[in-house]
Write a protein that binds this ligand. Structure first.
Ligand SMILES: Cc1cc2nc3c(=O)[nH]c(=O)nc-3n(C[C@H](O)[C@H](O)[C@H](O)COP(=O)(O)O)c2cc1C
Length: 182
């Protein structure tokens, strides 16, 4: 099996990370590779924010407030899981008035994030793209200093050494999703 085939088949979304820091060079390498995502009209829509301790703490404080209406035990469990995650990258794309271009830009961002996942997987680092509803509120734009007229938050990209790697999901078989037309 080629290395690419193995990488594609072995990558998993990681939900539980070890708190150990990941060398900066590895996320830098992943981000530098992400610009190779195909990008229609070369709109260069992706923006990434590497969170430091201060911004991570501010976000976690905001999350704690938002979770106050939830079951306290479940909320605390989730917050503790988040606190342990060493790598946080907020992913945004440039605002695009034209709907078709916005759609294409989202596709480019998705591929960019996938490239990052694969680059990190190659280096033994797990990752997760999260679109949890908490991320899209105006408070989050304010915390990270993002102007909602210029950029759209599309998720948080977490990375770190996997603590647990999930079992593979069953995948569709070829004829479930491919129709061969004459
Ligand atoms: C756009 C997008 C958003 C996602 N958001 C979440 C999320 O908010 N929470 C979560 O647990 N997983 C999230 N995931 C991860 C998926 O649940 C995961 O990819 C899926 O379960 C398949 O697992 P795999 O990546 O290991 O193949 C997201 C994935 C994508 C592509």
């Amino acid at each position: 099996m080629s290395q690419v085939t193995q990488l594609i088949q072995n990558r998993r979304t990681i939900h539980h990370f070890k708190p150990d820091a990941v060398p900066y060079e590895l996320i830098e390498k992943a981000l530098k590779l992400s610009v190779f995502a195909p990008n229609h009209h070369h709109t260069q829509p992706c923006r990434f924010y590497l969170l430091g301790e201060k911004s991570k703490t501010q976000f976690l404080q905001y999350a704690e407030k938002e979770f106050s209406s939830r079951d306290p035990q479940t909320a605390e469990k989730k917050l503790n899981r988040w606190r342990a995650i060493p790598g946080w990258v907020l992913a945004t794309r440039k605002v695009q008035e034209d709907e078709k271009t916005a759609h294409e830009d989202y596709a480019t961002l998705s591929i960019a994030l996938y490239i990052m996942m694969q680059s990190l997987t190659e280096d033994g680092i797990g990752s997760k793209w999260s679109t949890g509803s908490l991320l899209f509120k105006k408070e989050v734009y304010a915390i990270f200093g993002i102007n909602p007229q210029e950029e759209v938050i599309e998720g948080m990209f977490w990375y770190g050494y996997p603590d647990k790697t999930p079992l593979p999901f069953p995948k569709q078989s070829y004829h479930d999703f491919v129709t061969e037309l004459n």
